[in-house]
Design a protein around this ligand. Sequence first.
Ligand SMILES: C=C(O[C@@H]1C=C(C(=O)O)C=C[C@H]1O)C(=O)O
Length: 394
Amino acid sequence: MTISEEIKIQPIAQVINNAVAFGKKEGGAVAVWRIPGEDDIQLIVDFSAELKPTSDPLETKASGFVFAPFETSSDAYLVKADLHINLGSHKITTRPDYNVSTKTEKFLNFLEKEKATKAVASDIKISDTTGDKDKFIQLVSTSVKAIQEGKFQKVVPSRKKEITFDRPLNVGDNFLRLAKAYPSAFISLVFVPQAGVWMGATPELLISVKDNVFKSVALAGTQKYEEGTSLSNVAWTQKEIEEQALVGRYIINCFKKIRLREFEELGPKTVVAGNLLHLKTEYKVDMVATNFPDLGEIMLKLLHPTSAICGMPLEPAREFLIKHEHYDRKYFAGYLGPANFDGSTQLYVNLRCMHIEDNKATVFAGAGVTEDSQPEKEWTETEIKMNTLLNIIR
Ligand SMILES: C=C(O[C@@H]1C=C(C(=O)O)C=C[C@H]1O)C(=O)O
């Protein structure tokens, strides 16, 4: 089945807007994404009347898009690829065991006919965060104190910020703006009825499984990136080096738990993530040679939430955040991405993201705190992380 001419001439932003509008109106779930370094944008729709939380192991999951929250006890969803549109090649495919329903037809008609708003916001208001700043600085100080008392080595407190627009945010247009601005990020837009609309541009891979090769990365340490800076001249402080090394150690500890000794380690090296620089180490495992056919699922369970977004050791850091952070992260710092899709699974940590509710959006950011953290600097770090989205959306 190939896409009809009518849809072909629709601007991509319009197709994305209409798909989300359809999901909201008819009760379907939608996921749109762009893999780092690729040009094509993928869009899938799950026509289930009621999307149920998923707990199936990764390997047995139907082809689709995973959307999981930070809290492992909260509901994760799989948006099944009942219908898939490659917005680059305009090719439509349906799930092999899927009976093309009247809903599919209705959806395709909707894409052609409905006209969602094309305008973008001209007036964006950022809520006053003066009080938030004091609270976050206090939270970082409490974190440093807990580290000094030996409760844990690292913790990643976070905060949120609300912004309002003078009209409902044009998600399709803004998705494309993000994809263009950040070619090396994983760009996503998800609508799940139980979770709402989320959009983001994350630099952090959690796990990938492709051609029997498992990959994960340790990404941490943050500084502002000035366009044109040569990466070989970038210097990192002891605090940032240690902070990122802890994330690497956390991953290696997970390998140790399952007695996996054969892995490749590449890095750390400095990488650009939009307006920021991070330190990154890559880990690679041959799943055939090591005889770990289910490594994706095993590592996903062990890794999430990693010490890049929660802390180390995990449990005391998690308890600390539950007690002191005072808000629900929901899907921020959860994970998301295509699973068993086109021969691979690629799940990313949901960072540099926002929850969109018509004229309002909530952006989130955290900062890795160690014994050497300076609260004011960590505050600034969360501000520039939020700017990854705020600099682009309109
Ligand atoms: C927590 C975030 O980012 C994570 C924390 C980092 C840090 O503390 O330096 C860097 C990259 C991410 O692993 C975020 O973007 O909100």
